[in-house]
Design a protein. Structure first.
Length: 140
């Protein structure tokens, strides 16, 4: 089933003020926002979210995971959900690893909140086009 824009977005970041700012910015654009302060909470939200999350905004470093392991776990739970990695530690290795695990975009902290909506909109379109391909029976 194809979802219409606005999207359900899970924001995963341990910095309360940044998480709040992201959530408020996205809500201003009509999105539904779920929040998680660490990896364990993010996995719980993904598993219990109904309807499912459309886009995940994931911080690279969290109190309970400081590498791409959480991204890999999210991929197992929600393999088609577009994921945007947020990081202040965007080395080429981190970016390459994130893309290899299926991140559709990387946002380098600090970022301008005005850029956020465009990045989320692109990710939501990826979800929609992927769902349309599945509905048509396309293998991609």
């Amino acid at each position: 089933m194809t979802r219409n824009y606005p999207a359900r977005i899970l924001v995963v970041d341990d910095e309360l003020l940044l998480r709040w700012s992201i959530a408020e910015t996205l809500k201003e654009h009509g999105h539904t926002v779920l929040e998680a302060e660490n990896g364990a909470a993010a996995l719980r939200e993904l598993q219990r979210s109904s309807p499912p999350v459309d886009v995940v905004l994931l911080d690279y470093r969290l109190p309970d995971v400081q590498n791409l392991a959480l991204l890999a776990q999210i991929r197992q739970i929600a393999p088609l959900t577009p994921l945007i990695l947020m990081t202040a530690f965007g080395t080429p290795e981190v970016i390459e690893g994130a893309r290899h695990l299926g991140a559709c975009d990387v946002m380098h902290k600090p970022f301008d909140m005005s850029e956020l909506e465009a990045v989320v909109a692109r990710a939501a379109r990826l979800l929609q086009s992927g769902e349309q391909a599945l509905n048509r029976g396309d293998p991609s």
